[in-house]
Design a protein around this ligand. Structure first.
Ligand SMILES: Nc1ncnc2c1ncn2[C@@H]1O[C@H](COP(=O)(O)OP(=O)(O)OP(=O)(O)O)[C@@H](O)[C@H]1O
Ligand SMILES: [Mg+2]
Length: 342
């Protein structure tokens, strides 16, 4: 059962200058996000990710297309009704957006007041939320006395205050160092697993998607260019922009100067092999080369892991009789590419 359904969603902004064409920030996006999943949206700056988020939580209206939340069309709802839809969606931001003059407690209380939750219920709810995010001892501290990770945990507690079914996290870890990023991602995982909240994570960081998203959509210039289970999309990327994201965590085939240096340093045929769990196993590749009587050396590449499954690219310098090298490459099929220095 999808909680969020987007069908052919388009958002254009009027031109900045007279006579210029309108700017299309989101260009025909269709997506379904299932109840209880962690869905990642990755793309470079300007890809349209934040615009898409503002459309999902109805802070902005679509130019065309349809958005449904919990099976209910959001497009075309009157403002009054939109407020109810928004109340079911929590938001976490890159810059935390905490009130500097309020304590941690006051920040988490704010949405409870705004939603008209009776004052008598605040104490128990806030205390429960601060325990959940591990900040019970910081209730009376102001944000400027917290670390970045602690600020974001307050941001998450505040977003959860009114018990939303969906949490949208737009670059929620982009201002944090790698270790703190993993801490906050761990908390988001608990929000998902223990509270059953559907999470949409928007990021330009491959590491974030890799460690948290069940499924991912890759956005480029307003469009979704690739989507599917995270392991499938990144272990066999089809689009250039997807490959660029993968290359930020695991090196692919060597190109340019790297390739030229390998050529100088190693004899034999340079062959890149794509390996992945469920696909080609590296041990099978080594055994196959052995069967053909070839020697080889791993000269470049890397293996990484998504959701406990390994994938990567290995470049080998293979030596032996030319006919055997040809036969081995042919047997490896689509997963292997012979590299030539141009
Ligand atoms: N309110 C607006 N008015 C005009 N153009 C806008 C507006 N908001 C966004 N845009 C444009 O839409 C495009 C997509 O912007 P958006 O902020 O959605 O990208 P993003 O993927 O979130 O980028 P980043 O990673 O930098 O946050 C950009 O070209 C941007 O300049
Ligand atoms: Mg953005």
């Amino acid at each position: 059962m999808p909680v969020i359904t987007l069908t052919d969603v388009v958002k254009t902004y009027p031109p900045r200058e007279k006579g210029a064409p309108p700017l299309t920030a989101v260009d025909g996006v269709s997506l379904t996000i299932a109840d209880g999943e962690i869905f990642g949206i990755i793309g470079y700056s300007g890809a349209g990710k934040s615009t898409l988020v503002r459309l999902i939580n109805a802070l902005e209206l679509t130019t065309s297309g349809r958005i449904e939340i919990d099976g209910e069309p959001v497009t075309g709802l009157p403002e009054r009704e939109l407020r109810r839809v928004r109340a079911g969606i929590g938001m976490v931001f890159q810059q935390f957006n905490l009130f500097a003059s309020k304590t941690v407690w006051g920040n988490v209380e704010f949405p409870l007041r705004a939603a008209g939750v009776p004052k008598s219920e605040h104490q128990a709810r806030i205390s429960e939320l601060l325990h959940f995010v591990g900040l019970a001892d910081k209730a009376h501290v102001r944000p400027d006395q917290l670390s970045g990770g602690q600020k974001q945990r307050v941001g998450i507690a505040r977003a959860l205050a009114t018990s939303p079914r969906i949490l949208l996290a737009d670059e929620a870890t982009s201002a944090l160092d790698p270790e703190t990023t993993q801490e906050v991602l761990g908390l988001l995982r608990r929000v998902n697993a223990e509270l059953g909240i559907t999470i949409v994570v928007i990021t330009h960081e491959m590491d974030v998607i890799k460690s948290i998203a069940d499924r991912v959509a890759v956005m480029d210039a307003g469009r979704v260019v690739e989507t599917g289970p995270t392991f499938e999309v990144f272990s066999a990327p089809r689009e250039a922009s997807t490959r660029r994201f993968v290359s930020t965590v695991v090196s692919g085939a060597p190109v340019g100067d790297d390739l030229a240096a390998l050529r100088r340093r190693h004899d034999g045929t340079l062959v890149t092999v794509r390996v992945s769990e469920g696909g080609v196993d590296q041990r099978d590749v080594f055994a196959l080369l052995g069967r053909h009587g070839l020697s080889f050396e791993i000269v470049y590449g890397g293996i990484d892991e998504i959701q406990g499954r390994t994938f990567g690219t290995l470049t080998l310098a293979v030596t032996g009789p030319d006919g055997s090298v040809r036969a081995a490459i042919a047997e490896l099929g689509d997963s292997a590419t012979e590299l030539e220095v141009v």
